[in-house]
Design a protein around this ligand. Structure first.
Ligand code: TYD
Ligand code: MG
Length: 464
């Protein structure tokens, strides 16, 4: 960084915003501690040097170096696209307490148990704490080396000494070097540390996993500012009150970036959930009014989810609309469509809508199931048994297509569903095992399920 300036000025290293005076927080992107002094760019003569490695035709480049190796944790391998690539740097970002250390200790142990040298650097917990956890989760192995360290230089020393093929750094925010400015965890430090670790990873062909903490309101010393430095970015999230966890691919230079891996936190450590659909539905003998099952897509993965609704006469002037796992403005829209297009009477009624097992329904494909659940709750008549509903509900009462209908229906069929209500689409031929009702409008969806006739005065015949 040039310190001699012809014209004093400061800029944000995150977004490039400029300011005359130094400030602690960027006025543009609101990042703390990212403002640095700028020098007027000086044009310097670049001298030509002889290359140390020759440029060669791409077909002659040895690709064996980039062969991936499975981690042994199948759900993680799925997100990575088949394991770690030697020399690749992976950033695992997540909120504190979500289970990053638990997951990575498991990954390190599986890697080591396959006879591969592994180094786990912990800057947050003491070695004894990690050892204790490893004892509980059965993660002790002779090939797994542990170092409690916060100095970058010493970490690099450990790498030379141990010679691992996988290193876990927990977390990148706790490692610092005296060579760089700023406090540990600050933007400058975190970037320097990441840069140095990326260089050693590439040089040694060692896979590196960095833990990055993020907070609810965005980022502290933003793992986001590291995203372009690393090869793979994974986000680890889950609801505090349920043990279910998901690892999502955000960026992947070596594979798909929209895969998800499912895990569950248990007392004995983190376990894989290869078949998560059952977690978000209720097993029951007979159907109950106000429930409807849908199939959502998480990345490439179809997941069954159950919507439950309860509609009761309101005691208040303004009826309540309470949601859990469903966006409340989305529900308001669906209620309006139900009222206007189907004639479901919701005036003066409290509407509660919830998902099962803490699922969050952001997929618009869940709209129709929400609509059916609310209608079913309003008239207190249950939907037919074993039916799954898919489709985005438009304000005109139209049911719009959603991606991956075939895969979603296959998942429903696999889990024992016999009927599906889906948006009209030309490529639905050949779906075996399911009785499929296609619909273009919400009224057709209700007709398909014999659910359109007014019952008990809850339907308004004036709607259209
Ligand atoms: P941790 O991996 O330390 O989170 P992070 O590294 O992301 O901050 O996990 C923290 C939580 O996980 C903690 O609240 C306890 C829980 N946990 C389990 O449920 N089972 C276990 O076996 C372990 C080790 C932790
Ligand atoms: Mg941790």
């Amino acid at each position: 960084m040039a310190k001699t300036t012809t014209k004093p000025g400061y800029h944000c290293t995150e977004c490039g915003w400029t300011t005359i005076r130094w400030v602690g927080r960027c006025g543009e992107c609101q990042t703390w501690g990212s403002i640095e002094q700028v020098g007027a760019p000086k044009l310097r003569q670049v001298t030509q040097t002889a290359p140390t490695t020759k440029a060669i035709p791409i077909g002659q480049v040895d690709a064996t170096e980039a062969r991936r190796a499975l981690t042994g944790v199948a759900e993680l391998d799925r997100v990575l696209g088949g394991g770690f690539v030697p020399g690749a740097v992976v950033l695992l970002a997540g909120e504190p307490g979500v289970g990053k250390s638990t997951l990575l200790l498991e990954v390190a142990a599986r890697w080591a148990k396959a006879g591969r040298r592994t180094l786990y650097v912990t800057g947050e917990e003491s070695a004894a704490q990690v050892r204790l956890r490893a004892g509980r989760t059965d993660a002790v192995d002779d090939e797994l080396f542990l170092a409690a360290e916060t100095d970058l230089g010493t970490v690099l020393g450990h790498v030379e000494e141990v010679g691992p093929s996988l290193m876990v750094v927990d977390s990148v925010q706790t490692i610092a070097t005296a060579e760089a400015e700023g406090a540990p965890g600050g933007v400058t430090q975190v970037r320097e540390v990441t840069g140095a670790l990326v260089r050693v990873a590439k040089r040694r062909g060692m896979a590196v996993v960095l833990v990055g903490h993020v907070t609810k309101d965005g980022t502290v010393a933003g793992p986001r500012s590291l995203e372009h430095l690393v090869d793979v970015v994974l986000s680890f999230d889950g609801d505090r009150h349920s043990g279910f966890r998901m690892v999502r691919g955000v960026k992947n230079r070596f594979g798909p970036s929209d895969e998800v891996g499912c895990f569950e936190m248990t007392d004995g450590g983190i376990i894989e959930v290869p078949d998560p659909s059952g977690l978000f539905t209720t097993e029951r003998e007979e159907v109950v009014p106000g429930t409807c099952v849908t199939v959502t897509m998480e990345g490439q993965r179809p997941l069954l989810a159950e919507v439950q609704a309860l509609v009761v006469t309101s005691a208040d002037q303004s009826p309540r609309r309470i949601t859990n796992g469903v966006d409340s403005s989305r529900l308001a829209m669906i209620l309006a469509v139900l009222q206007r297009r189907v004639g479901v009477r919701l005036g003066g009624k409290d509407v509660y809508v919830s998902t099962v097992g803490g699922a969050r329904l952001t997929d618009p494909g869940a709209d129709l199931a929400i609509a059916l659940a609310v209608a079913s709750a309003t008239v207190n008549v249950s939907l037919p048994q074993r039916v799954a509903a898919l489709g985005e509900v438009g304000l005109a009462g139209d049911i719009r297509r959603v991606p991956g209908v075939g895969r979603r229906m296959a998942e429903a069929a696999r889990l024992g569903f016999t009927r599906a209500v889906v948006p009209h689409s030309p490529d639905l031929g050949g779906m075996s095992g399911l009785m499929v009702h296609t619909c273009r409008t919400i009224t057709q969806a209700f007709d398909g399920l014999d659910f359109a006739t007014p019952r008990g005065g809850a339907y308004d015949s004036a709607a259209g």
